[in-house]
Design a protein around this ligand. Structure first.
Ligand code: FMN
Length: 334
């Protein structure tokens, strides 16, 4: 059976992200894969309301880990479930991902967290429950990803948060990111078509994805194929946070905690112990630690005594919005 690669563009219609994803998909097709393409803005996907019915359903065994809402997220979800790899391209809006990208990430996790889903699945199988009542078994398939961030600014730091944020799409389902590209200076719709080196890099993205999904060993499948090693030895991003005492660092993206040294060339080197790497949210252990703390330590709703009285002043306090200043030249329609 042909391997399936799903491309998702979060950009404008027929603009940089669309072209870049499609180019990489075409390369995958040349190499014998079946492809699908989604432009995220063509889908009608509503925001997560924070009802946490997805999590409660998984923890109590009454649900399958799905959102109570049915909208076009279901189309996206089915495509992800069928895929062996995903190629995502997202424009930079205000130094980070677009609102729709974040909306989709919120709808993916925690409902798609594989440690929540697997526990429920295994318990269900052990209890003899039918597959139709359990989380989709395709949730546990090994998948690879390539991430592409695009920005219009000519200065690279204006796209700094986009690529790191894109891991929010992949980590709940443990999709392994094997390649990543940051492209800035792309304000015009067609910018990338005038930049042959970047189009060649998209050919390489397609080839890297094909090499990953056809790899014979798991080690080769997840091998990093990006241009740079990055700062984080695990996720290869460059967004590190200094600890409060300024002696250690955390990777903001993958949650690994480690120490740093400066080598003889003056380069900052990050060091993680194996134990710390296994606590990363990119790995089973890190995800399990998190889902277990949610299951066992999160304070249940309604457990605070005298809550009704304590809430009353806040429920009664509703100052509303400021009245429009008619003397100012704002944008409220008169
Ligand atoms: C609301 C908004 C905010 C933007 N903010 C940034 C930014 O912070 N940094 C940047 O490099 N480009 C920014 N851009 C430019 C887009 O990232 C750029 O046009 C990109 O090419 C869009 O991708 P597309 O061509 O695939 O639609 C912004 C564009 C919009 C519409």
């Amino acid at each position: 059976m042909k391997k399936k690669v799903l491309g998702i563009s979060f950009g404008r219609k027929m603009s940089n992200c669309d072209v870049m994803v499609k180019h990489a998909l075409m390369e995958c097709e040349k190499e014998g894969c079946e492809t699908a393409f989604i432009r995220a803005d063509d889908l009608n996907i509503s925001n997560c309301t924070g009802c946490i019915a997805c999590v409660i359903g998984m923890v109590t065994g009454r649900g399958r880990g799905y959102c109570v809402r049915h909208d076009d997220f279901d189309i996206l979800d089915e495509c992800i479930m069928q895929s062996d790899a995903v190629i995502l391209a997202c424009p930079t809006y205000e130094t980070s991902v677009t609102g729709r990208f974040k909306t989709i990430c919120d709808r993916i996790g925690p409902s798609h967290d594989i440690t929540f889903r697997k526990a429920l699945y295994d318990e269900g199988v052990a209890a003899g429950r039918p597959e139709s009542e359990l989380p989709d078994v395709r949730s546990f398939k090994k998948r690879s990803a390539a991430l592409i961030s695009v920005g219009g600014a000519m200065t690279e730091n204006w796209i700094a948060l986009t690529l790191p944020m894109m891991y929010e799409f992949t980590f709940p389902m443990a999709i392994d990111v094997i390649d990543a590209v940051e492209y800035y200076g792309a304000m015009a719709h067609e910018s990338v078509l005038g930049y042959p080196e970047m189009m060649d890099r998209m050919t390489k993205v397609g080839q890297n994805i094909v090499a990953s999904i056809n790899a014979e060993t798991e080690e080769d499948r997840i091998a990093w194929r990006g241009d740079e090693e990055g700062a984080c030895p695990l996720c290869h991003t460059r967004l590190l946070q200094l600890s409060h005492d300024a002696k250690t660092v955390d990777c903001v993206v993958c949650g690994s905690h480690g120490t740093f040294t400066v080598d003889e060339e003056g380069k900052l080197r990050i060091h993680y112990t194996k134990e710390e790497m296994d606590r990363s949210r990119l790995r089973w252990g890190g995800k399990l630690e998190h889902s277990t703390e949610i299951k066992t330590q999160a304070q249940p709703t309604g457990s605070i005594k005298g809550l009704k009285e304590m809430k009353a002043p806040y429920a009664a306090f509703n100052p509303g919005v400021f009245a429009t200043d008619e003397t100012a030249f704002g944008n409220v329609k008169k």
